[in-house]
Design a binder for this molecule. Sequence first.
Ligand code: MSP
Length: 552
Amino acid sequence: MKQRFYVTTPIYYVNDIPHIGHAYTTIAADILARYNRLQGKEIFFLTGTDEHGQKVEKTAAEKKRTPKEHADIMVDNFRNLWKRLNISNDAFIRTTDDAHIKSVQGLLQMLWDRGEIEKREYSGWYCTPDERFWTEKDLVEGNCPDCGRPVDQIHEENYFFLMSKYQERLIKYIEENPSYILPDTRRNEVLGFLKNNTLGDLCISRPKSRLSWGIPLPFDENFVTYVWFDALVNYFSATKYLAPPTPPSPSSPQATRRGERGEGKGGGETLNSQLLTLNPDDWWPADHHLVGKDILTTHAVYWSTMLMALNLPLPKNIFAHGWWTVHGKKMSKSLGNMVDPNVMVEKYGVDALRYFLFREVPFGIDGDFSEQAFINRINTDLANDLGNLVSRFIAMAEKYFGGAIDIGRIDVGASSELEEQCAYAHMNVHRKEYWSHLHFSLILENIWDIIGETNNYIARKEPWKLAKENTDQLKIVMSNIWNASRITALSLYPFMPNSSEKIWQQLGMKSLVDEAKQYSPEIFEWDWKPSYEIKVSKAEHLFPRIETKNNR
Ligand code: MSP
């Protein structure tokens, strides 16, 4: 069976207008999905929208729409943006999908039957905009510790997931699995929090009288489930009805194909046991949940303990990335400083944006978004280093050989100067630890080392002189440059898929994606060569310089 790779983004609040922060998590997941796809793995890349809760209900009422009508309109903001950003998700989950609702209800019923949920009298401080309860000691000067807005005291009966009893087990799990939560700084924060606080139980319901736009509890019609319980389950429920079908493996006789399990069979035990049956060829558990640092606790604590209570395996990794600010300030509607990814793509192109976000700041720490820094990256890294390498090479190839490159001449093996100079960087581009720890900026730095070495090689070898003096040597040098450019295009593919494909074809090859699929993993080696003749061809300049007042 092919190796599997399952990656998720958070499901975004459907009511929000997507900004650069949302784009960030989704592009990161796309980079991972594309890299692993090129390695020949089977991929399930999931994203989607979180559609229940008070905010959607309220905005829909203001707009005189039903909540579902409102969600149906808003969801396109995300769908369209992902198309524009060239996101290769395999599925898009909406928490209003029938099959998802049934899964949530099935899992709730299961927890209820097992005594993992209890009804209790409850009083607490409620932040309506954040839809969250706080205890007295959480409050900051009497206000919500998250958003600083006033909170209301509420007394009511509610259902609680008995999360507290999993505290010790969770600590042990995180300690024994060092890459469960990454980066390490975030892992230490979660461990510190769990070791220094007593974990409470989690209120997982809202009375219908106060909120009707939610999934009804299967065991009490007067309540709907808390939006986070509903949302977190998406990562599991999607594997049951949205994941790519897989051939049943001989070792799993009950394995069924997509669409045949769980759906439309009503609630109760049958649904529950189908939901929780895991076959060796199932997609759960995920390889990576990518989340922003603000939602790490809900994933690392709520979701992990929910899975423990359900006896389901935990995801292999939860990665919490940092936040983008703008001129040092949090992006917000009220400040009017939201960076719209659509506008950035319009102005600078999709690959430039994808590159900038992952080169400028190591994935995991906070960064400040500045258009000038973005322009500098385009002009320096993309236009000068990469763009010039490709266009100079092609111009020389056309001038000296009418575009034909004698790839039989590629100088490989211990004696090859350019190969040796690029070897360490080339190894780093595929370093397992860099990919498993999502060190995207380091990977990009190493790709730029290859580009830098190749540009130096051109300067040192002076092909324009060789053209007059030594045609044989010129052929070897040009073949080596061609090969380093090929390696560059391939390495860049997960980050800049369109540009890489264009460079690949300008270098005279057929299709990067098709050929990578066919020849993986040899195609990543320095000495891979296509079996057909190579003729490079001039095309548009990929990254035109951006002229501004500051760099004119
Ligand atoms: N609906 C929940 C997630 C449920 S997942 C089971 C949610 N949605 S969200 O739309 O508010 O946020 C989604 C993601 O966007 C989070 O990972 C969050 O960290 C990320 N970002 C929101 N603003 C951001 C920045 N300014 N910078 C980087 N990422 C940010 O939370």
